[in-house]
Design a protein around this ligand. Sequence first.
Ligand SMILES: Cc1ncc(COP(=O)(O)O)c(C=O)c1O
Length: 420
Amino acid sequence: MRMTQFAQRFCKKTGILELMDDLGQAMAGSTEMRMLGGGNPAHIPEINQLWRARTQEILNNGQELEETLANYDTPRGKESFLEAMAELLNQKFGWNLTGKNIAITNGSQTAFFLLLNLFSGHDTKGQLNRVMFPLCPEYIGYADQAVEEGALATRPAKINLTRPGFFKYGVDFDNLEISDDIGALCVSRPTNPTGNVLTDQEVHKLSALAASKDIPFIIDNAYGAPFPNILFREATPFWDHHVILSMSLSKLGLPSVRTGILVGSEEIIDAVSACNAVLSLSNGSLGQTLVHPLVKNGDLLRISDEIIRPFYAERAKTAIESMQDAFSTDIPYRLHECEGALFLWLWLPELPISSFELYQRLKKRNVLVVSGHYFFYGLEEDWDHSKQCLRLSYAQDPQDFRDAAFIMADEIRKIMDQNP
Ligand SMILES: Cc1ncc(COP(=O)(O)O)c(C=O)c1O
């Protein structure tokens, strides 16, 4: 078989492939694995009940099932859904959107494949443009998405020690030069993997930097406001004409309907919609149909505020307590301030082995985590910190998390004893 450079880039064993393989096997329940890897949202009973009732309603409602299953949408999505989404965001945040500012993608993962390749790679003048992620560590899912090699750049975060046992990353503006080959800035907010939420000040500064260079500022809002709103600190949602805001239905508890929602200028949305037509004709409608009435009557925001956010806030609190109980005072560790998303980010500054080796040892003990090194791509220099972190999802069963925390602590103590 003679394959291409494209095949070499996209068929190799990437971090995201390993992560999704681990996740699929663990969620299929085929092992005893304690699942702290992957980004699967929790199964929240009230939310699952809502999707069940809504599915029943679709079945009973005249032609709604046939209209959902038996028609292609436009490459932008379902017009009525796009209008309703624009209306919801305008009402909630005072933005001035129309349906033409919104496009649906096959999950937000696909949205990023399109965006990162619209703004990185060779331009018509032959210059290699790059997308800049100003705060590294950043979401593993972007790392291998650029078609062209060397098209993503990142800058190491500044580490701020906030209180005993905790820290928070910040954008190192002193070392953030936006050279002329940077085609866009991109951040996830809340950040996967760390649970960081960029401050309003950081967001305004990045936005101004992007505007001054006439490039887009992409904000990945997969966990943010107004839905699913897995946010535990004050953070003002942000949009402007040069901003591309990415949202998703996945973390509402609907990862399998693969529905991403992009908000941007009409020019951007037209570009994404043209790509959708070439790649997929149109995207699946089921997610849009399921949540459409909840977008119209505002229930999407109510369930996010009243059910989803408190659910994860409670899980985060008990997960932190479990870590503190298990690690006590003899293991040097810090947790990133848990400000949103589904993860604790554990920093082991004196770990004598790499985080990947620790991941492998923990997997043998039926604890699945994600090695932090995957999230440090695109750096210009080696950084020890990149081998000292683990991402721990707290979305699944709290008792499993607690057991896993004690196994992790036990394994780390053994490693420290073997390497005094
Ligand atoms: C920050 C972030 N962006 C995008 C995605 C992609 O999500 P989806 O394609 O399910 O919308 C994820 C998934 O975990 C994520 O964590």
